[in-house]
Design a protein around this ligand. Structure first.
Ligand code: AMP
Length: 456
């Protein structure tokens, strides 16, 4: 009798353990799935017409910001997204907006009015966003138009008159056309504010507020920003309702796939160093950053004199000239595009291998935006910076912000006589022994870096 009871208990415990084991395995599968290890676009409940377009674009897996942002937007939540450029943030809001509009459209068939508004700080970014909506939405029957200043408004107003579902705009031209009564924002259901921090940096805060005041209170809002200054948190509190917060790659950690290096070089020798580097034909396409418009023109002229194909892109150029330069660069008709910071926002060139900072930017965060032009969507990229005597302090602050010491390339023909970085997170060099050791270590690393990156 006792034995039977013991046997019964034994079998019972064994079965319970078996069940527990199975449950924990299922749990692990769910956890792994949630970690996104095998997450594909189709796992995000994306509708067939959009999946088809994404497939044609070659997108299979969502990027982390897409994986995190698409589900809550599809559920109807407001969203604050902290993601820098190059993370796939455009698709993170474009895909769910298209999907929600498509499903509504099927149910309501309400043509003509603008139902989604995307605000972007620059013309280039606005065009880029428009291209993304066109690609991802090509099987949805939804149309979009992009409006921005600096060009005649005729084509834009014609497009508006013929009926637009999704409007992508820079703030100035939008306000202008609203005043002229070409645009009515009464039917907006979705509002996305892209690169909100940049928008405020560029002094567009008031314009943005004026636009938001004209939007219907009942709407779904998405705000994307690379950084989180105080003004952005205020804006979030005032325009978003119980937003879901998603965050990827904080601005202080530059994208890991980008190799960064710095050349310490006298101001006067920067031009010669650039020409010297471009003798390396393995550098196929390079985006060069200049702090000023005048500087961008000068660098372009100097390169052309040396037989290197180059064009400049900055605020003094007409919109058409900027677009032409950008297209020439994308189509590899020119090797070098020289840009100022504002003009470069939104430039999205596939397979851009090199970014060169001819001047270091005044704001360290701009450095992160600049180098984010290369290494897009996980590709490899190289960011080289020229640093003269006056820029050493800026370099030190940049290193602090990105929590990384940028490798110094010491062997080049234009080394500054006193080419020691002042301070830096690599530490202040205190005595000769340490200095020798540090330099030997750096030299070894630099040689490897160059071996890997500048030779075929
Ligand atoms: P963005 O951060 O929106 O400017 O996107 C950066 C780049 O990543 C663009 O060239 C996109 O076309 C590309 N991209 C966005 N999402 C994906 C994805 N899921 N798979 C592959 N590439 C993507």
């Amino acid at each position: 009798m006792d034995r039977t009871i013991i046997n019964f208990i034994y079998i019972y415990v064994k079965n319970v353990l078996k069940i527990l084991n199975q449950v924990s395995r299922i749990g692990m599968v769910i956890v792994n799935h949630n970690k996104g290890e095998k997450m594909l676009f189709k796992d995000l409940n994306i509708i067939e017409p959009i999946l088809k377009a994404l497939k044609e674009e070659g997108y299979v897996k969502p990027t982390p910001i897409q994986e995190k942002a698409i589900p809550p937007i599809l559920k109807g939540n407001d969203l604050e997204g902290f993601a820098q450029t190059g993370t796939g943030k455009t698709a993170a809001f474009a895909i769910p907006i298209l999907q929600l509009l498509y499903c509504k459209q099927e149910a309501e068939k309400e043509p003509g009015s603008i139902k989604a508004l995307v605000l972007a700080p620059t013309r280039e970014l606005a065009i880029q966003i428009g291209e993304s909506f066109t690609s991802y939405g090509k099987y949805t029957g939804l149309n979009n138009t992009v409006i921005f200043g600096g060009v005649s408004q005729k084509l834009q107003t014609d497009a508006l008159k013929s009926g637009v579902d999704i409007l992508i705009a820079t703030p100035g031209r939008l306000l202008d056309l609203m005043q002229q009564k070409y645009i009515n924002l009464q039917h907006i259901e979705f509002f996305a504010l892209d690169e909100a921090d940049r928008m405020l940096d560029m002094g567009l805060g008031q314009d943005v507020k004026r636009i938001i005041m004209k939007l219907p209170k009942k709407r779904q809002t998405m705000l994307f920003s690379a950084t989180m200054p105080k003004e952005i948190s205020k804006l979030i509190d005032s325009i978003l309702l119980k937003p879901v917060k998603v965050e990827v790659t904080p601005v202080s950690s530059t994208i890991d796939t980008i190799q960064q290096a710095v050349y310490l070089v006298g101001k006067r020798n920067k031009k010669s160093l650039l020409i010297h580097l471009l003798k390396d034909n393995s550098i196929e396409s390079v985006l060069v950053f200049s702090r000023t418009k005048h500087g961008a023109n000068k660098i372009t002229g100097d390169l052309i004199k040396e037989g290197i194909t180059a064009q400049a892109i900055h605020g003094n150029k007409s919109q058409n000239a900027r677009q032409l330069a950008l297209n020439n660069f994308k189509e590899k008709k020119i090797r070098v595009l020289v840009a100022t910071d504002i003009a470069a926002r939104g430039i999205d060139v596939e397979e851009l291998s090199h970014v060169i900072n001819f001047d270091l930017p005044d704001e360290p965060e701009t450095y992160v935006h600049r180098i984010g032009r290369t290494g897009r969507a996980g590709a490899q990229g190289i960011a080289l910076s020229f640093c003269d005597e006056e820029e050493k302090e800026t370099l030190r602050i940049i290193e602090k912000i990105i929590s990384k010491s940028i490798t110094v390339i010491e062997e080049h023909p234009y080394v500054m006589s006193n080419s020691i970085k002042s301070g830096g997170t690599s530490g202040v060099v205190k005595n000769n022994d340490v200095r020798k050791k540090t330099f030997a270590e750096k030299k070894r690393k630099n040689n490897n870096f160059r071996k890997n990156n500048f030779r075929n």
